[in-house]
Design a protein around this ligand. Structure first.
Ligand SMILES: NC(=O)C1=CN([C@@H]2O[C@H](COP(=O)(O)OP(=O)(O)OC[C@H]3O[C@@H](n4cnc5c(N)ncnc54)[C@H](OP(=O)(O)O)[C@@H]3O)[C@@H](O)[C@H]2O)C=CC1
Ligand SMILES: O=C(O)CCC(=O)C(=O)O
Ligand SMILES: [Mg+2]
Length: 736
């Protein structure tokens, strides 16, 4: 039996799994391919941290650790759906839900003091933020829009907002005293063990990190953001938004940058409500209400304070007097500053650009915005896109080319691996990185409150990334641009390595260039407007940003991307789409039994996974599954069977039925494997004969609330019932 691991995650992808997995597992079983699932949901990961407090029945093994080990095994074949990268408010909500279900999980300690609290905090830290992807992603990333998806988008363009030349939307970024400008970088000449320490003004040395093992050729960076400069910048930005009459919005990545960005988010909240924090900051702190967790948590906790009503009035006054704040949900009064994970830069900036440079104001209408992205390392790509749209109008999805991405990601490369080396500085002094021989290799003068961090990028992943870029450029016959800035310390090191490793490959006839990010954006957009494709070859953060930015402009969503991680050990990790877990979709399902999640990303990942299985295990029937699934997906797109957005049209469940129908028909028709053809002929007939009945059964449930028994830990039986409402379809699939 060949084996594929399918992940149980959260929110919309988890709901979709309840409908899709029985179908695909049924199909695969006929080809000797077995699906196993692993629970890496936020709730599952919390449960796995506290076995000693739970009953035998409640306990779950650490599936994430297990998959992390598997990723280093050449036999790995993992399909990874998007999962929640939890901010602190989300983590607390998940804990509360589990406690209500009878799980004896401790409360999240905001300010751990006792040994028990410190132990709980350490366990929760393993679950917080982007805790899954860095463990599984033991390879670099290859993300692109498959040809059929691009063709579909050209034939059925998604809605794009108009751009006007006098749009007042712009990006505000620091450009000095920030992570980009303070960066220092060095390449370790040998295997070594580094130490990070803080030296106070009086010479007292505090070790921040005792042991940081590094390998020969590894790039080590250190940098910091000045808290003082950040606060001055934010005060200016608030004033600027007010003066220009535009919305104020902040765009961070508090999920993946789980240590630094909640701190930055807290600075933004305090800057926007400066008078409130001046007057009541001490009261809020004493009550444990931290700006880092957003306005939502503060408002909810004000009840406990004697002067809570007075503080709330001060917040309301500041909201009325300041610039208008961009909204996440204006009907419910949820602002951009309510929850640090509500506005995530990779998705939020493209969504804003896609609708013509607008966000939603407090009155629910679209307005221009000042998009605040404090650090200037990557903010320039968004300003360059805005400039391009102002000069040339909105991009036209019916004609534009594509920007696929090859991203450096393996072994926690760059900023996304910096969490255990990020520190909010306690006192003025020097932070220095010292090697085993005692030499200071990197050093910064810092002040209290500055955010200092170090990043590591190992040599083997860089080499693999260069190879992947050349391979992709060759296979796609497309120019590739390395988005690297020679004036940035880290990028200068990478440029040297790219120039050293490119000659290891046959690059004859390929168009390979190196451009700084803003220039690369403009270059790629110019080509895009001419209908030409350009591969972006980037570091880890731009991988994340570009694989939402360009797909959202080209396809309306990054959910339709093919997203492959060739694991460096030889296995395959197949991610489904490049977007998130779409919390809005769950709300809609619960309110009106309609799930608009589009599983195209899952379909593409699945085909790639079968193909990989065929190549690595010699299971020829798995290749037939891959080829027929690709053909079925093409028909699915031609016939426009993706979920609609409104009641009365087929949703996610209906789209799975059509995939099953087309796939069964392809399998029944193909001639390369007679056994498979015979096995699927009856199913193809049954599904085709019952199309109308099945669609009616699926549509009949829409329009009333659905009970899935929980948000973070939905009840599996209830969710199955909701996600598999057609008895006719179920019996056909279960008969396989
Ligand atoms: N790989 C991973 O595990 C990732 C996880 N995340 C996590 O996901 C959560 C939410 O992230 P967020 O940045 O808000 O982004 P999402 O991508 O979840 O949501 C943004 C919007 O994208 C559209 N969308 C996304 N996926 C689909 C799909 N399959 N079908 C149809 N539409 C889709 C929806 O737009 P519309 O309203 O137009 O339908 C959705 O409301 C966070 O917890 C985040 O950490 C985020 C990115 C990747
Ligand atoms: O891991 C996460 O939190 C998000 C991942 C993501 O956005 C991406 O890889 O594109
Ligand atoms: Mg992303």
């Amino acid at each position: 039996m060949s084996k594929i691991i399918y992940t149980h995650t959260d929110e919309a992808p988890l709901l979709a799994t309840h409908s899709l997995l029985p179908i695909i597992a049924g199909f695969a079983s006929k080809a000797g391919v077995e699906f196993e699932t692993r629970d890496i949901s936020l709730a599952g990961r919390i449960i796995a941290q506290f076995p000693e407090r739970l009953t035998e029945d409640q306990r779950l093994g650490d599936a994430l650790a297990e998959l992390g080990d598997l990723a280093d095994d050449p036999a790995a074949n993992i399909i990874k759906l998007p999962n929640i990268s939890a901010s602190t408010p989300q983590l607390k909500a998940a804990i509360a839900e589990l406690q209500a279900l009878g799980y004896d999980i401790p409360d999240y300690p905001d300010d751990p003091q006792t040994d028990e609290e410190k132990d709980a905090a350490a366990r929760f830290d393993k679950v917080k933020g982007s805790a899954v992807n860095p463990v599984l992603r033991q390879g670099n990333s290859d993300r692109r829009a498959p040809g059929a998806v691009k063709a579909y988008a050209k034939a059925h363009p998604h809605r794009m907002g108009a751009w006007s030349a006098d749009s007042k939307t712009s990006v505000a970024t620091m450009g000095h005293d920030d992570f980009r400008s303070n960066e220092q970088s060095f390449v370790s000449p040998a295997d070594d063990t580094l130490r990070i320490e803080h030296v106070a003004a009086d010479g007292a040395v505090t070790v921040l990190k005792e042991k940081l093992p590094v390998l020969e050729g590894e790039v080590i960076d250190a940098t910091f953001m000045s808290a003082k400069a950040l606060d001055a910048f934010l005060a200016d930005a608030v004033a600027q938004a007010k003066e220009q009459g535009v919305l104020f919005s902040a765009h961070l990545k508090a999920t993946m940058m789980k240590v630094s960005d909640p701190i930055l988010f807290g600075h933004v909240v305090r800057a926007f409500f400066a008078p409130v924090f001046e007057q009541y900051g001490a009261d809020l702190e004493a009550a444990g209400l931290s700006a880092n967790n957003g306005l939502g948590g503060i408002f909810a906790g004000l009840d406990q304070l004697d002067n809570g009503a007075e503080i709330r009035a001060a917040f309301d006054r500041a909201l009325a007097e300041g610039p208008e704040l961009a909204m996440v949900n204006s009907d419910k009064g949820i602002t951009n500053l309510h929850v640090p994970s509500d506005v995530i830069v990779d998705a939020s900036m493209p969504a804003m650009i896609r609708i013509g440079g607008h966000m939603w104001g407090p009155d629910g209408s679209e307005k221009d915005t000042l998009a605040v992205i404090p650090d200037s390392s990557y903010a320039g790509i968004y300003q360059a896109t805005i400039d391009d749209c102002k000069a040339n109008g909105a991009l036209d999805p019916t004609t534009i080319g594509s920007v696929p991405n090859v991203g450096l990601m393996a072994q926690k490369a760059e900023e996304y691996g910096s969490h255990d080396k990020t520190f909010e500085i306690a006192a003025a002094g020097t932070v220095r990185v010292v090697n085993a021989a005692g030499d200071v290799v990197l050093s910064h003068e810092v002040e209290q409150g500055d955010i200092w961090r170090a990043c590591q990028t190992k040599d083997a992943p860089i080499r693999d990334w260069v190879k992947l870029a050349v391979t992709r450029a060759r296979l796609s016959n497309t120019p590739a641009v390395f988005w690297l800035d020679e004036t940035r310390a880290h990028d200068a090191q990478l440029i040297a390595k790219v120039n050293a490793y490119l000659p290891e490959h046959d690059t004859d006839g390929l168009d390979l260039r190196i451009l700084a990010p803003a220039a690369a954006t403009t270059f790629s957009l110019e080509r895009m407007r001419q209908g030409l494709d350009t591969i972006s070859v980037t570091g880890n953060v731009l991988r994340d940003y570009n694989t939402d930015l360009f797909p959202i402009l080209e396809l309306g969503t990054s959910a339709k991307m093919l997203s492959i991680v060739p694991l460096m050990a030889g296995g395959g990790l197949f991610e489904t789409g490049a977007g998130g877990s779409a919390p809005k979709h769950v709300q809609q399902l619960v309110e009106e039994d309609y799930l608009r999640w589009d599983s195209l990303g899952e379909f593409f990942a699945l085909a790639a996974s079968f193909e990989h299985l065929a190549q690595t295990t010699g299971n020829a029937q798995a290749q037939v599954l891959a080829d027929t699934l690709d053909a079925a997906t093409a028909t699915f797109l031609e016939q426009d069977r993706s979920p609609g957005r409104k009641l009365g049209t087929i949703d996610n469940r209906g789209s799975h039925f059509y995939l099953a129908l087309y796939w069964a028909q392809e399998l029944a028709q193909q001639t390369s494997d007679a056994d498979l053809a015979a096995a699927f002929a009856p199913l193809a007939e049954t599904l085709a004969a019952n199309e109308q009945k099945i669609v009616e059964e699926l549509l009949a449930v829409q329009g009333k609330p659905a009970d899935i028994g929980g948000y973070y830990r939905p009840d599996p039986a209830k969710t199955d019932a909701v996600m598999r409402p057609s008895q006719t379809l179920n019996s056909a699939i279960d008969a396989l």
